[in-house]
Design a protein around this ligand. Structure first.
Ligand code: AHM
Ligand code: MG
Length: 328
């Protein structure tokens, strides 16, 4: 007897029907998967086609845009628009909020189409990250930028590895693998392991002397207890943490010898990087806080491209570092 793997669509359809939900979310996810598969394709062939270099422009964040940033962003925008289900989107490459189906749309989508730019030239892992929130179905729509705790789903594709992990509100965090027919299949429930033996620490160690003194002290006292791994792409680094447990951090830079290079607000973007992984991490039993020890999911964004420091991973470690951050 042939065995057929459960696809992501089968999984989501069952989920929506079990909870008496509409098919709108399925249509939205179809557009996100369409974009992801095409990003995967362009990235896989990127070295051969000359897509891994610079585009020659600078984005809203003041960073040099790569060809793959543009290709991935165009793909995501195209498919989100075609779904007809998106009110507006916030994307890393676009300064303004991107209006889509403002009248009839149902969801807000926050996305980073190609995260981990330093890996692009090498064709090494990058991520397509997204968070989804829903419009106010009752009462007036406020078009508000939503905090992570209001997301209904968030996910990440690790490209070109071919894994897709998605968290659905109160329904867990699930990992799928791409098969030879470009379908994401075989859902596995992700739960951060309690056993500390496999836990890892993940941060850019070259920055350590620029962190707050209390964070430097914590690192010096604790780093020997854990394996150290750092890929330089949030999706890849968090992917490991989800399976092995531990702590990923991108602390605020406050002690840089060149004060202009300090980043007291952190580096990562709240809406389409930090809140996306924090939501997934919560569904997998973990946590995430910012530099003040506040839960990432509780931060209400004041602007679309807001940055934050991020401490993310196994609950006991996030709680431990949270006390340090709060000065307790
Ligand atoms: P990007 O959006 O420019 O790619 O920056 C985000 C990335 C994350 O994926 C990663 O965790 C971090 O920046 C790595 O930064 P660094 O190179 O400073 O270690
Ligand atoms: Mg990014």
């Amino acid at each position: 007897m042939l065995q057929f793997d459960q696809t992501f669509y089968d999984f989501l359809l069952e989920h929506q029907e079990r909870h008496n939900r509409t098919y709108h979310f399925l249509i939205l996810m179809n557009s996100i998967l369409n974009a992801a598969k095409r990003i995967q394709h362009y990235y896989l062939t990127g070295a051969l086609r000359g897509h891994l270099g610079l585009a020659g422009s600078v984005n809203v964040q003041g960073e040099e845009v790569m060809k793959m940033d543009e290709i991935a962003n165009d793909l995501v925008k195209h498919y989100l628009k075609r779904s007809g289900r998106v009110i507006h989107a916030v994307g890393e490459e676009e300064e303004e909020i991107i209006p889509m189906n403002v009248e009839g749309g149902r969801y807000f989508v926050y996305y980073d189409p190609m995260d981990g730019s330093s890996n692009v030239a090498h064709n090494l892992p990058v991520g397509f990250l997204f968070g989804v929130a829903k419009r106010n179905l009752e009462g007036p729509e406020d078009m508000h930028l939503r905090a992570g705790r209001e997301y209904i789903a968030s996910g990440m594709f690790v490209i070109p590895t071919g894994t897709f992990t998605i968290a659905l509100r109160q329904a867990g965090c699930w990992r799928f693998h791409i098969d030879e027919t470009f379908n994401y299949v075989r859902p596995t429930l992700m739960q951060l392991p309690e056993n500390r033996k496999s836990w890892e620490l993940s941060f850019n160690s070259a920055n350590r002397s620029t962190f707050a003194a209390k964070i430097q002290k914590w690192i010096a006292e604790n780093e020997q207890k854990y394996a150290f791994r750092y890929m330089g792409a949030l999706a890849g680094d968090f992917h490991r943490i989800l399976l092995n447990g531990g702590l990923f951090m991108y602390p605020a830079i406050v002690n840089h010898p060149d004060p202009k290079k300090n980043r007291p607000q952190g580096k990562l973007r709240l809406m389409y990087e930090a809140a996306v992984v924090a939501f997934m991490c919560r569904e997998a039993g973990g946590g995430a806080v910012d530099e003040t020890g506040t839960s990432i999911l509780d931060i209400v964004p004041q602007k679309p491209h807001q940055r934050t420091a991020l401490y993310l991973g196994s609950k006991p470690l996030v709680e431990e570092i949270g006390l340090v951050l709060k000065g307790q």
